[in-house]
Ligand binder design. Structure first.
Ligand code: CUA
Length: 348
């Protein structure tokens, strides 16, 4: 009944639309065309009927207006059918939306911190960039995003992804890049007077090129190693003993495990809980531990440092399928902050 929407879904041939450079982009475009198709059909149908009825029941032809009592079958049909079509849009859209929040477990993890007015990027192996992001094709990528100050919104139109980055939260996005090239990153939430210039570039490379590019080396070590240094510097190690029970919970093997709290509830020790427990530890204290032992680190640590500490805590859980340990993963990036590609020197 419907024409094959895929015929219309190659947006790159229409100059109004950005290139589709991720797997998600194809799905979003397909949905977009379905919605546009439904809208066009409905608009044409409604206007055609208006014109037809205006002619058919014009005054000349019906000097005495006919009384019409209505038709239950017709009314049910024009209520239920559009409702079902709307539900298809809703379910389809929700499925794409939730898929973007729930990355596969083998996803490569990249951390993005929004700050007036730049995007700071950290890779698990310690590489860092500003307003530049490098990813290989075909590899699912999970972005964990935080804001240092106000609400920003991370957007890559060529990937058809966007998510607000709220201060005080981690926000996730995932995507799989499919087409090598350089694509724009934007901030799409007004965040102060330099908002318009808050953006950058994402470079998508073939896996081979990516490995060459990543074969640099980070001076400070991996993200987890940098986090370990912070862990020592801030005195965390004196209470969080790693191989025996100290005054504070043992962190080894903690990541993604359920934690019993002293109010009887249970939480999963995910990134959000770890972040909260670093910045405001007394909010949710693990059962059998006292509150007010650990100081609040809110205001003492930047979001980037919190990410490093969490990377260290994750590295204490060797079975974790995170990017630091995955064996079937590409080696993750180590790069200097200048991120231009060989053969693509124009930068921004
Ligand atoms: Cu950040 Cu707009």
């Amino acid at each position: 009944m419907l024409p094959d929407l895929r015929l219309f879904a190659d947006l790159s041939s229409i100059p109004l639309f950005p290139t589709a450079a991720s797997r998600q982009a194809e799905q979003v475009d397909l949905l977009y065309f379905f919605i546009s198709f439904v809208c066009i059909v409905m608009t044409v149908l409604i206007f055609a009927l208006i014109i037809y009825f205006a002619y058919r029941y014009r005054r000349q032809a019906n000097p005495k207006p006919t009384q019409i009592e209505g038709s239950t079958r017709l009314e049910v049909a024009w209520t239920v059918l559009p409702f079902l079509i709307m539900l298809i849009m809703f379910a389809w859209g929700a499925q794409i939306y939730f898929a973007a929040q729930e990355p596969p477990l083998n996803a490569m993890e990249i951390f993005v911190t929004g700050k007036q007015w730049m995007w700071k990027v950290q890779y698990p192996n310690g590489g860092r960039e500003i307003n530049e992001l490098h990813v290989p094709t075909g590899q699912p990528v999970k972005l964990t995003m935080a804001s240092e100050d106000v609400i920003h919104s991370f957007s890559i139109p060529a990937f058809r992804i966007r998510h607000d980055v709220m201060p005080g939260h981690y926000n996730n996005l995932s995507f799989t890049a499919s087409k090598p090239g350089r694509y724009r990153i934007f901030c799409t939430e007004y965040c102060g007077n330099q908002h318009a210039s808050m953006g950058g570039w994402i470079t998508v490379m073939t896996p081979q090129d990516y490995m060459t590019w990543a074969a640099g080396g980070s001076a400070q070590g991996t993200l987890a190693e940098v986090g370990q240094t912070l862990f020592q510097q801030h005195g965390c190690a004196s209470c969080h003993l790693l191989d025996q029970q100290g005054r504070c919970p043992n962190l080894r093997g903690l990541y993604r495990k359920p934690v019993q709290l002293n109010d009887g509830t249970t939480v999963i020790a995910d990134e959000a809980y770890l972040r909260e427990s670093i910045l405001e530890p007394n909010n949710r204290i693990a059962a059998s531990f006292q509150s007010d032992i650990m100081p609040n680190f809110k205001g003492q640590l930047t979001e980037e440092e919190v990410i490093q500490l969490i990377a260290y805590i994750k590295s204490l859980s060797p079975s974790t399928p995170s990017s630091q340990q995955g064996s079937q993963q590409l080696p993750v990036v180590i790069a200097p902050i200048t991120g231009s590609l060989p053969g693509n020197p124009q930068g921004k």
